[in-house]
Ligand binder design. Structure first.
Ligand code: SF4
Ligand code: SF4
Length: 304
């Protein structure tokens, strides 16, 4: 039986306007998480301490965003973690509401100039993103990260040097990561010296080793829920869709007993993903099949 989760990932709004060229995520449109639904969800989720705000959503265009964060902190002591959110959309009022309730916040940019950033996220606003990031960092003092993703378009050493200068001038923590799906035309030795990121690493050449189903089990220990209560299943899958469900009525614990989660557990514990289930055509699942390692009940639920 899944334990009661301490955190849940909740999408505040259905749309995403960043317009990434390689986007393959389709969300049901036309809605947002209301304060009333949020209250009901929290009341039915005993033990909840954190709400994760995911990427791929126009979170700050949710008209109830400020009320939700203020109520969550004031009435239930909830903290909010925000991963790669579209921070450029946030007004100062929203950032002021979020600051005292913030656990952790990160934004990811492929580039350190408006021009480069726009190649990856044409609907974004790089300058406002950095201004807002600096503002919330200055309000909270910590746990705010700028993650620079090195891609084919953003890997020039000049661009990386500019990112470092910008981060220093704004007092931001800067981290580098890479996009595994493209190759960098930069000299890998120089890139490594500048960022500490090994581009052409062993994982690129041996794609079927080194992945454990434990990572999947940890990943789905946190329910992933759409603004309307639909279950989104695993966040790593390209089949990131609403599987239906009523998580806002059921609460975080019971929502994890629903079919998408049962299917994921079954796939990872047996190696027999059902056709059409989320793991079925996931690239990470192929690694697990190759490894022949299966998850145990303990990987999902912790020690008995
Ligand atoms: S942030 Fe996510 S949902 Fe939005 S366009 Fe990019 S990939 Fe698609
Ligand atoms: S195999 Fe893929 S879809 Fe299944 S839990 Fe792991 S990452 Fe998610």
């Amino acid at each position: 039986m899944p334990p009661t989760p301490k955190s849940a990932t909740l999408r505040f709004r259905s749309e995403c306007s960043l317009g990434c060229p390689r986007c393959d995520r389709k969300f049901p449109s036309g809605g947002f998480l209301t304060l009333e639904n949020f209250k009901r969800f929290v009341d039915r989720s005993p033990g909840l301490t954190h709400i994760n705000i995911p990427s791929c959503s126009d979170t700050f265009l949710n008209p109830d965003f400020i009320k939700i964060v203020e109520w969550g902190l004031r009435e239930r002591g909830l903290l909010f973690n925000a991963y790669d959110i579209n921070l450029a959309q946030a007004g100062r009022e929203a950032l002021d509401a979020l600051a005292p309730a913030l656990g952790f916040l990160s934004v990811v940019s492929a580039g350190a100039t408006a021009e480069t950033y726009a190649k990856a996220r044409p609907g974004g606003d790089f300058e406002r993103l950095i201004e807002n990031l600096a503002y919330i960092r200055q309000r909270t003092g910590a746990n705010v990260q700028w993650i620079y993703q090195i891609t084919r378009n953003s890997c020039s050493l000049d661009e990386i040097a500019h990112a470092k200068e910008l981060a220093k001038s704004k007092g931001l923590g800067l981290f580098f990561t890479k996009d595994n799906s493209t190759w960098s035309p930069a000299n890998p030795r120089e890139l490594y010296a500048a960022t500490g990121v090994l581009w052409q690493d062993a994982q690129m050449f041996e794609p079927y080793i080194g992945y454990s189903p434990k990572a999947c089990a940890e990943g789905i220990a946190v329910p992933n829920i759409d603004w309307d209560g639909g279950i989104l299943g695993c966040q790593h899958s390209t089949k990131y869709k609403n599987f239906g469900g009523a998580a806002l009525k059921l609460g975080a614990g019971k929502s994890m007993k629903t079919k998408p989660y049962r299917d994921i557990r079954h796939a990872l514990m047996t190696g027999k993903a059902k056709c059409g289930s989320q793991c079925f055509d996931c690239w990470l699942y192929r690694k697990i099949l190759w490894n022949g390692q299966w998850a145990t009940r303990e990987d999902f639920d912790g020690p008995a």
